[in-house]
Design a protein around this ligand. Structure first.
Ligand SMILES: NC(=O)C1=CN([C@@H]2O[C@H](COP(=O)(O)OP(=O)(O)OC[C@H]3O[C@@H](n4cnc5c(N)ncnc54)[C@H](OP(=O)(O)O)[C@@H]3O)[C@@H](O)[C@H]2O)C=CC1
Ligand SMILES: N[C@@H](CC=O)C(=O)O
Length: 379
C-alpha cells in the first residue's frame, strides 16, 4: 500500500527508514513546508497532492500540533484514505470528531505510537477489552521527564542541561513545556482512559502537576527516605465518571517504576479478572515511535479493526474520592498547608492524606504565589 507521509522530522524519518525496501508499504509522497533536497522527488508542498492521489491508501501524519494536522487528517479520511498518526495532541483534543469521521468514511484511524512511543500499549488495551473490564491504568507515560528524573537521581545535574539532552535525542515535544508541565502525559492519559473505559473524558478536566520545579534538594530528601520520584499518570473507573490525575509521585525504591531508566515508559492496566499487565519500552525517540506507526500501517494492510473502541460516553473527571499523603516544598506555606503538615523533610513538608483534587488545585494556585513550589504524591 502506498503511504503519503505528512511531516518528516524525528518520527517521519524513522517511518521512511522502516519502509525502505519493503514491498507491502511504500512512501510515495512526503509533505514538507521548507525545501528538503534530501527527499528528492518524494517532497510535495501542497496537501492536495496527497489527498487527491488515488494511488495513496494510507496517510501517516507525524507533523504534530493541532492545526493544520486536524484539517489534513479529516481531508485524508474524506478522500477515503486510512490514517495513522503519532500525534496525541490532535487525537486527544478531537477524539469524538476523528473517530466519528473515520466510521462515517469507512476508514481506519490508528494512533498506537501516540501513547508510549514504541510500546504496543493501545493495541493491548484494545485486546484486553475483548475479554475483560479494565478498572485502572497508568504509570510512566513520558520519556523526556523520565530521562530527566532518572538523571537527577543518578547525580546532581542542571535541569536545563538535561532537558537540552532530551531534546537533542529527539524525545521532547517541539515545545518541551508540554513534557515537563504534564500536558503530554495528560493527552496520553485521556486517549488511554477513553479507550479503556469507553469514555469521553475532556483533557482539560484532568488535574496535573509537572516536574518543572523539582530541585536537587527535593531529590536528596526523597532518597534519604527510600523513595524515587517519577511523573505518574493514573486513571480509574469511578462511579459516574473517571478518576484521572497526573502528578510527580514518590514510589518505594524497590517498586517497578523506580527502576525505569532513561527515556523508557512503564504503563500498566489492571483488568478485573486478569489483574495487572505492565508494558515496558522506549516511550520516545525516532525508531521506537516510527515502529508503532509502521506496525499500524501493517495492521491496516492486514485488515485489522479501524479503531480501538466502538463506544464512548461523556465522563466527568472525579478525583474527590482519592486521597494520599504529599511532599510539598514552598517558600510561602499557608494556613491550609500548615493544617495538614505532619512531618518535615529537608526544605519540604509531608502532609496527612489529602484529596488529590484538593491538593492539585492548591498546587496549581500556589504556583502563582510561589513559582518555585513543588509537590509530589506519596504512594
Ligand atoms: N519524537 C518522539 O519521540 C515522539 C513523537 N510523537 C509525536 O509525533 C509527532 C511528530 O513528532 P517529531 O517527529 O518528534 O517532531 P519533529 O518536529 O521532529 O517533526 C515534525 C516534522 O513535521 C514538519 N511539519 C510541521 N508542520 C508542518 C506542516 N504544516 N506542513 C508540512 N510539514 C510540517 C516539520 O517541518 P520543519 O522541519 O519545517 O519544522 C518537521 O519536519 C508529534 O505529534 C509528536 O507528539 C509521538 C511519540 C514520540
Ligand atoms: N515527548 C514525548 C514523546 C513521545 O510521546 C515523550 O517524551 O514521551
Amino acid at each position: 500500500m502506498n503511504i503519503g507521509l505528512l511531516g518528516c522530522g524525528v518520527v517521519g524519518g524513522g517511518i521512511l527508514d522502516f519502509c525502505a525496501g519493503r514491498e507491502d508499504l511504500t512512501v510515495t509522497k512526503v509533505l514538507v513546508r521548507r525545501p528538503r533536497p534530501d527527499l528528492g522527488a518524494l517532497a510535495v508542498t501542497d496537501i492536495a497532492d496527497i489527498v487527491n492521489d488515488e494511488a495513496i491508501g494510507i496517510v501517516a501524519e507525524v507533523m504534530g500540533g493541532l492545526h493544520p494536522a486536524y484539517e489534513y487528517i479529516c481531508a485524508a479520511m474524506k478522500a477515503g484514505k486510512h490514517v495513522v498518526t503519532a500525534n496525541k495532541a490532535v487525537i486527544s483534543a478531537y477524539y469524538p470528531e476523528l473517530t466519528g469521521l473515520a466510521r462515517e468514511c469507512g476508514v481506519s484511524l490508528r494512533c498506537t505510537a501516540a501513547v508510549g512511543g514504541g510500546i504496543p500499549w493501545l493495541t493491548n488495551l484494545e485486546r484486553c477489552k475483548r475479554l475483560d473490564s479494565i478498572c485502572e491504568l497508568g504509570g510512566i507515560m513520558n520519556g523526556t521527564t523520565n530521562f530527566i528524573m532518572d538523571a537527577m537521581h543518578a547525580s546532581p545535574v542542571s535541569f536545563p542541561e538535561i532537558l537540552k539532552q532530551a531534546q537533542e535525542l529527539g524525545y521532547a515535544e517541539a515545545d518541551p513545556s508540554a513534557d515537563i508541565d504534564g500536558d503530554d502525559v495528560r493527552r496520553k492519559l485521556t486517549i488511554s482512559a477513553n479507550i479503556a473505559f469507553d469514555a469521553l473524558v475532556q483533557e482539560e478536566d484532568i488535574p496535573m502537576f509537572g516536574i518543572r520545579t523539582v530541585t536537587d534538594g527535593d531529590i536528596r530528601a526523597f532518597k534519604a527516605h527510600g523513595f524515587v520520584c517519577k511523573l505518574l499518570a493514573t486513571a480509574k473507573a469511578a462511579e459516574g465518571g473517571v478518576c484521572a490525575f497526573i502528578e510527580p509521585t514518590l514510589v518505594d525504591s524497590h517498586d517497578l517504576e523506580a527502576a525505569v531508566p532513561k527515556n523508557f515508559n512503564l504503563i500498566t492496566y489492571c483488568g478485573e479478572k486478569v489483574g495487572r499487565h505492565s508494558f515496558f519500552g522506549q516511550g520516545a525517540g525516532r525508531y521506537p515511535t516510527a515502529f508503532n506507526a509502521v506496525e499500524d500501517c501493517l495492521d491496516i494492510v492486514a485488515g485489522k479493526p479501524g479503531f480501538y473502541t466502538q463506544a464512548m460516553k461523556p465522563a466527568p473527571v472525579l478525583c474527590g474520592g482519592e486521597a494520599h499523603p504529599y511532599y510539598v516544598r514552598t517558600a510561602c506555606p499557608d494556613a491550609f498547608l500548615q493544617s495538614v503538615t505532619v512531618e518535615h523533610w529537608g526544605d519540604g513538608v509531608v502532609t496527612a492524606c489529602v484529596s488529590v483534587e484538593e491538593m492539585l488545585r492548591w498546587g496549581r494556585a500556589q504556583l502563582d504565589k510561589d513559582p518555585g513550589c513543588f509537590l509530589a504524591g506519596i504512594r
